[in-house]
Design a protein. Sequence first.
Length: 256
Amino acid sequence: MTVWCILVIAFNTFRENLRDRILYNLLFFALLLIGVSVLLGDLTIAEQKKIVTDMGLGAINLVGVIIAVFVGIGLVSKEIERRTVYTIMARPISRPQFILGKYLGLALTLTVNAVIMLGVFLATLWMDQAPIHGALFQAIQLIYVEWLVVTALALFFSTFSSSTLSAIMTLSFYVIGHLTEDFKGIAQKSHSEAVKAVMNGLYYLCPNLEVLNVKGQAAMGQAVLPSYQALASLYGLLYAALLITAACVVFQRRDF
C-alpha cells in the first residue's frame, strides 16, 4: 500500500508537470541552444566539433537545472497555496509518502526530458559529423545525478519557505556547489580563523557539484574512470537521499 501510494502521487505529479507550459518552453530552449551550438561551431574552424559538443552538453545541463529548480520549488508550495494539501492529507497518505511521490514524479519528468534532449544532441553531433563516444554518456549520466541533487534541494527548501525564497536558496546552493573547491583553497590560505571556519563549513555542508561536472573532459573525448563515475554518482545520490529525508522530517512537523 505504501509503495502504491507513492507511485500514484509520482504519476500524478508527472502528468501535472507535462501539462505545465514551462517544461515545453524549457525543452524548446534546450533544442534552440543545441541548434545555436552548430552555428557557433561553423564560425570556428579548428575546434568546431569541440564547441558543438561542449555547448550541447552545457545546454542540456542548464535546462535540466532550471526545470529542477523552478518546477521543484512548486511541488509542495503550490499544493499549500492552492490548499489542496488539506485534501491530500485527509486521505490515508502519510507526509513522507507525499514528499517521496512528488520527488519521484519530478525525477520521472527529468528522465523524459533527458532522453529527448539526448536524442536531439546525438542527432546534432551526427549531422555535424562530430564524434560520439562513451565520455558523452558519462557526462550525461552525471548531469542527471546533479539534477536529482538540485531537485532535492528545491524540494527541501519548499517544505518550509515561500517559492521565491526557495528559488533563491536553491540557486545559491547550486552556485556554491560548483565553488566548494575554491572555498577549501581560501580556507587553506587564509590566516583568519573566522574565515577558515566559514569556508570549511561551506565546503563540508554544501554539495560538491563540481565532482559531477565532466563536461569539459567529455567535449575533448576524455572518459573518466568507471570507479570515479560510480563514486561521484553514489555521492550525489546519497546527498539527495539525505535532503529528501530532511524534507520528510520538516514536512512531518508542519502544522496544517
